[in-house]
Design a protein around this ligand. Structure first.
Ligand code: 0GY
Length: 315
């Protein structure tokens, strides 16, 4: 599969930011029928959906059609499209993708306290099922916690959940806020552990405690390419994988098999040293979830419970 070369819709892409990998391998791992890529983005195209004025980076374009082609190529059936910070609280590129997906995509939006009830309902009708609260300082300016709590209480009646993105070192400070959230809470990328620390050390133990003590907390076991320090390595002639990230994902899947999700994170914003082949990222799933029953939960049952409960339960 190859696409046209990424462009920036007339914007100047952030220097050093790599383009997404054009021409990913066809994975040898066959995904279960109905598999969901539960974390991916659309960027622009910038000439149709301009990037936010207050963005911290300018990506290359990554359109809905390119995302849907990747979905089919990798063997996924559906996408969850997460609003990225470069589009701020203007969800129109993501919503446009949802409208074009024929029901095969659901979304996670970014909203501020000024959004009207009617606009929230429009997002719901388009397929949005969550909001994202981002605490990664290089990506966003600070939003007051009372504003986030107000948003949380407004989206709760819609049956939505909250996706949180933060760095592991910030979990202690954010703990009380996170544990007060009134909905299901989904953590991006395992709470961004420092994978040079022991998997059974205090930093990851705190994250595991967070999930263990709070049954409303889920985690995406995503982004090995972002978390890895050693980079992709091949062992015994097998496909390269992110060996330093594998134990972290394995531990969460083993302890919380019904509260884990997986996604590609295509088009992998803000990567400067290494851009993954998305086909090899799919092979990574076999490392962290070696048996079919586990992959069925990770890739189908769990994301369907969260994003398409009406289909799962026939409501
Ligand atoms: C990711 C990770 C990143 C960026 C964003 O919204 C975003 O801009 O999520 C990152 O830079 O770590 O999940 O795509």
């Amino acid at each position: 599969m190859t696409h046209d070369k990424p462009t920036t819709g007339g914007f100047t892409k952030t220097a050093g930011w790599l383009d997404w990998y054009n021409g990913p391998t066809k994975p040898t791992l066959t995904l279960p029928a109905g598999a969901v890529d539960a974390h991916c983005h659309v960027f622009g195209p910038g000439d149709s959906f301009p990037y936010a004025e207050k963005r911290k980076y300018t990506p290359c374009d990554a359109s809905k059609d390119q995302l849907f082609a990747l979905r089919d190529h990798l063997g996924f059936a559906r996408n969850v499209i997460v609003q990225a910070t470069c589009h701020g609280a203007d969800n129109s590129a993501m919503v446009d993708a949802l409208h074009s997906s024929g029901g095969k995509a659901r979304g996670v939006a970014t909203v501020d306290r000024h959004i009207t009830d009617a606009a929230l309902q429009d997002l719901h009708d388009a397929g949005v099922r969550g909001v994202r609260f981002n605490f990664v300082k290089r990506l966003v300016d600070f939003t007051p916690k009372d504003e986030l709590l107000e948003i949380a209480n407004r989206i709760k009646p819609l049956g939505w959940h909250i996706v949180i993105y933060f760095e592991a070192v910030d979990l202690p400070e954010l703990w009380d806020f996170f544990t007060a959230l009134p909905t299901t809470v989904v953590v991006d990328h395992m709470g961004r552990p420092d994978v040079t620390q022991p998997v059974d050390g205090p930093e990851f133990a705190l994250f595991e405690r967070f999930m263990r003590e709070h049954p409303n907390v889920w985690s995406k076991v995503t982004c090995p390419e972002r978390l890895s320090v050693a980079g992709p390595k091949a062992l015994n002639g097998a496909s390269p994988t992110y060996l330093d990230v594998v134990p972290f994902a394995q531990r969460l899947i083993a302890q919380f098999p019904d509260r884990v999700l997986w996604g590609t994170d295509w088009p992998h914003p803000n990567l400067k040293d290494h851009m993954p082949d998305d086909g090899l990222l799919v092979e990574f799933i076999a490392q962290i979830a070696p048996d079919e029953a586990t992959r069925q939960k990770l890739l189908v049952d769990n994301p369907m419970n969260l994003y398409w409960p009406e289909e799962k339960h026939g409501a």
